[in-house]
Ligand binder design. Structure first.
Ligand code: PLP
Length: 419
C-alpha cells in the first residue's frame, strides 16, 4: 500500500494565513520596510509614517546604541562565545547582564534566553511534569500556547482577564493537583500585545490567599514601558514580589534580540540546568549581550525615554477617543483601533491608508480576532512626534468614514479577499 505524498495537502491547504498569500505577499504579509528604524520609513519606494517599529523607547537607532553595537561587533564579531552556556559559551558579561536585569526587576536572580519564544517554552517545559496543572489566560501569546502543547499534564484556560473564571479554574486545578500530587502554575501576560490591556496581575496575586500556585508573567510589552522605573507591569500594579517568575524579551523596549527570566535564585539555578533550548543551543552572542547592557543602562538612567513614549501614547489615545474611536480596553502603550468590517474591507482600507495617506500600521483580522472585527494596531514610540499623531488621527477619521459608508465593500481587492 502506498502512503499519500505528505506534501500533497499543501496544494489545497496553505493554512489560515497562507490561503491569502497570493493576494497578500509582499504587501500585507512580508512587507519590506526600508531605511533606518524610524517613524518615517520607505515602503515600496514611498515614505510612510510607520507604527510597527518594535522600538518603544526609540533605542533602535539612538546614536549611543548604534555606537555601542558597532563597537561590540568590531570587538567580538558575531560568533563569540563558542557554544552553549553550559559547555563553552559562558562569559563574565553574560553573568553581569543577568545580575543587572535581576536587580532592575527586583528579583534574586536572572538567566538569559536566546529568543523569547523558545526561551519561555523551555522555562515552562522544564518546570512542569505530568502531575502539575496549568491555569492560563486564553489570550496568552503563541509561545505560551506552544509550551503548553508540550505539557503532558492537565491545563485549564480562563477567558481573557476573567478573574472569577480564573478562580473556578484554580478550584479545579487544586483538586486535580491534590489527587495527583502535583503543583499549579498560573500563566498570564503583563500587557497583552494585540489588545493593549494589562493582565490583572494584582487580582491574580490576591488569589494566592486562597490557592497555592506559582505565577509566571510574560511582560514582553510591559518591560521598559510600565511601572515607575520601567521595571514592568508588576511594578505598575505593585505586585513585583508576588510574581514568582518574570519574563521579558529584548525584542520590544530593548530593540534587540534575546530575553530573560527572573525569579528566586534556587528556581533560576534549576532552570539553568534544565532548559533544553539553552542547554542545547549556542549562547547569546557577545554583540547582543554588550548591546543589552548598554540598553539596560539607558533604560534605567534616562527616564525621559519612557516619558517621551507616554507623551505620544497619551496624545494618540486621547486624540482617538476625542474623535469617537474605540481603543478597546487598552491601558498600555499598545493602541488598538477597533472597527467593524470584513477581511476584504480591512485589506482595502489598509491599502488606502498606505497608498493615499502614507500611514503604515498592522491590520489584525480574522482568525486572530473574531469575524467582522478589524483592529488597526498602533505601537507608539518615544521617537514619534505629536505631528505624527495628528496626521494619523486625521487619516483614520477619513478611512473610518469610508469604511462605514460601505466605500471599501465593492473594490476588486475586497471581493477577492472576501469575508
Ligand atoms: C508576549 C510575547 N511573548 C514572547 C514573544 C517572543 O519573543 P521573541 O521575539 O524574543 O522570540 C513576543 C514577541 O516578540 C511577545 O509579544
Amino acid at each position: 500500500m502506498k502512503a499519500l505524498d505528505l506534501f500533497d495537502k499543501l496544494n489545497t491547504n496553505l493554512g489560515p494565513l497562507g490561503k491569502h498569500s497570493e493576494l497578500s505577499e509582499g504587501y500585507f504579509t512580508f512587507p519590506k520596510l526600508e531605511g533606518e528604524i524610524a517613524p518615517r520609513m520607505k515602503f515600496k519606494g514611498k515614505e510612510v509614517l510607520t507604527w510597527s517599529l518594535n522600538n518603544y523607547l526609540g533605542l533602535a537607532n539612538h546614536p549611543d546604541i548604534r555606537k555601542a553595537d558597532a563597537e561590540a561587533a568590531a570587538k567580538w564579531g558575531a560568533a563569540y562565545p563558542m557554544g552553549a552556556r553550559m559547555m563553552s559559551g559562558q562569559t563574565d558579561l553574560h553573568e553581569q547582564l543577568e545580575r543587572e536585569l535581576a536587580e532592575f526587576v527586583g528579583k534574586e536572580s536572572a538567566y538569559l534566553l536566546n529568543y523569547g519564544y523558545q526561551g519561555i517554552m523551555s522555562v515552562i517545559d522544564s518546570l512542569l511534569d505530568r502531575k502539575d496543572v496549568v491555569v492560563y489566560d486564553s489570550e496568552c501569546h503563541a509561545c505560551i500556547i506552544d509550551a503548553l502543547r508540550m505539557h503532558l499534564g492537565k491545563r485549564y484556560v480562563f477567558p481573557h482577564n476573567d478573574i472569577d473564571n480564573c478562580e473556578k479554574q484554580l478550584e479545579r486545578a487544586t483538586k486535580l493537583a491534590q489527587e495527583q500530587g502535583g503543583g499549579i502554575l498560573v500563566i498570564t501576560e503583563g500587557v497583552f500585545g494585540m489588545t493593549g490591556d494589562q493582565g490583572k496581575l494584582a487580582e491574580i496575586v490576591k488569589l494566592k490567599e486562597k490557592f497555592d500556585f506559582r505565577l509566571l508573567v510574560d511582560d514582553a510589552h510591559g518591560f521598559g514601558t510600565m511601572g515607575q522605573t520601567g521595571a514592568g507591569t508588576a511594578e505598575e500594579q505593585g505586585v513585583q514580589e508576588e510574581v514568582d517568575l518574570y519574563f521579558s524579551t529584548f525584542a520590544k523596549s530593548m530593540a534587540s534580540i534575546g530575553a530573560f527570566i527572573a525569579g528566586d535564585a534556587k528556581v533560576i539555578h534549576y532552570l539553568k540546568y534544565n532548559m533544553r533550548s539553552q542547554i542545547f543551543a549556542k549562547s547569546l552572542p557577545m554583540l547582543l549581550v554588550e548591546g543589552a547592557l548598554k540598553r539596560l543602562d539607558m533604560l534605567r538612567t534616562q527616564p525621559e525615554l519612557k516619558d517621551n513614549l507616554w507623551k505620544i501614547v497619551n496624545a494618540l489615545k486621547n486624540g482617538l477617543i476625542e474623535k469617537g474611536f474605540s481603543i478597546g480596553k487598552s491601558n498600555s502603550p499598545v493602541t488598538p483601533v477597533v472597527l467593524n468590517g470584513t477581511v476584504g474591507e480591512a485589506a482595502t482600507m489598509s491599502k488606502d491608508l498606505r497608498e493615499n495617506y502614507n500611514i503604515f500600521c498592522s491590520v489584525v483580522i480574522y482568525p486572530v480576532v473574531p469575524k467582522g472585527m478589524i483592529i488597526l494596531r498602533l505601537i507608539p514610540t518615544a521617537v514619534h512626534t505629536l505631528e505624527d499623531v495628528a496626521e494619523t488621527i486625521a487619516a483614520f477619521e477619513a478611512v473610518k468614514e469610508k469604511l462605514t459608508s460601505g466605500y471599501y465593500k465593492t473594490t476588486e481587492l475586497a471581493i477577492s479577499f472576501g469575508e
